[in-house]
Design a protein around this ligand. Sequence first.
Ligand code: PLP
Length: 478
Amino acid sequence: MWRPDRQDKTPLYQQIANYLEQRISLGELPPGSQLPSERKLAGQLGVNRSTIVQAYENLRASGMIESLAGSGTRVCGHLWGMEPYPNWNRYVEGGILLPNLPFMRRIREASQSGDPFINLANGELAPELSPNEEIIRIMRNQPFHEPLGYGDPQGYVPLRSAIARFLQEQRGIQATDDSILVTSGSQQSLYLITQCLLSPGDAIAIENPSYCYSLPMFQSAGIRLFGLPVNEDGVDPEKIRAFYKQHRIRMVFLNPNFQNPTGTVMSAERKAEVLNCCEQLGIPVVEDDPFSLTSFDDAAPPPIKAIDRNGSVLYIGSLSKVAASGLRIGWMAAPHAVIRRLSDARQQMDFGLSLFPQWIAAHLLESSSLAPHLERLRDSLLLRRDIMAGALHRELGNEVSFELPRGGLNLWCKINNTVKDYRLLNNGINNGVLFIPGSVFGADPGYVRLSYARSSIDDIEAGVDKFAQALRETLSES
Ligand SMILES: Cc1ncc(COP(=O)(O)O)c(C=O)c1O
């Protein structure tokens, strides 16, 4: 992010005014765009508010910006001497992808504001939990001789082979490199399935609550969603049957192991029943399985795909929750017809994924240090989970209740008294902590998802303290 140069002789307010003027002239801040409040911009640029007041005053005097009571400061609607400009607001409201949910946008804005938040909202691994040294070792020691043309949109063949071996060894899934599609993460697998295998108006069943609720992606594609309640055993196959009868659902999306957000694991019997039910109805199951290898028990819970004998399951996974989300490496194991269709779509979308992360991932999956890394990751996540649970018991013993997750990155926390989600989130932000209100996942009000994986280990207790403070303030307001 740009900041004024304190060594420069030009006064800070002038540097800021020049910078904003340049962005306005380049069209990066088109006429009508809202500028941050003086206080907010001062915080972002690390200067006094009076410096921003002076910079804005300067721009107002030159007719570049205007401030109207009640609506803040904007770039002037009609700038003398500027070419006619497109009305970007009209365009940005169009397109096929709906904007993200307001709560998610609010959390993202807060986390990008530069203010020092403890982030219990982000469901990624903290940087120190990734196999950074191994990745550096691969980049330093392995010779890279691959041709850098457009690759195979289905994915780099050595990576597909490594994924097939990994799935066989770690998840008991039979796959060949032909039945694997490399994606830029599970998110892209979900997107491809939605865009290429479903049509507007189709009905699907998803878990309720679920990560998928927070994906406007389904709504953008015109898909009708029906929620399967999640209990400690997972979802009820009878409910799937009922949805099929009533709404002709065409697919069932499940995250059966350490489900996001509840952390529950569908029992092995339930998995077999669900598969059986979907086979009888002739509808596919999308099994989203990013967390299973974080299991704190000796064995990771088995996937539905391991017992799929008829090709009913589209199995998706990724390196995001076990190695590094920034590598953007995911995969799908599915029948050939599906893989061919989705690879063809990749060809239209982006000609497939960049070769570099695929090359790194192929080496990482084959590396002898992967198993010890996973071992260390599980130990660290368990320690973090216990620190968070201990702090919650200590700070909020009577106010909240939760089950200890047996794996995954998140703790699903019920607030015993009634609170308004948006008030709790606001108070959280004011206290310097971020978390995700349960309604984002489709849950009734009164739940939050707290991630123990992303913030530094030292910040977990402090984050819970801040959350406790926010909750107490919210309870006293109602
Ligand atoms: C259940 C679930 N599926 C998919 C994703 C997307 O992950 P990625 O695209 O990084 O693999 C997430 C991310 O949090 C998730 O929780």
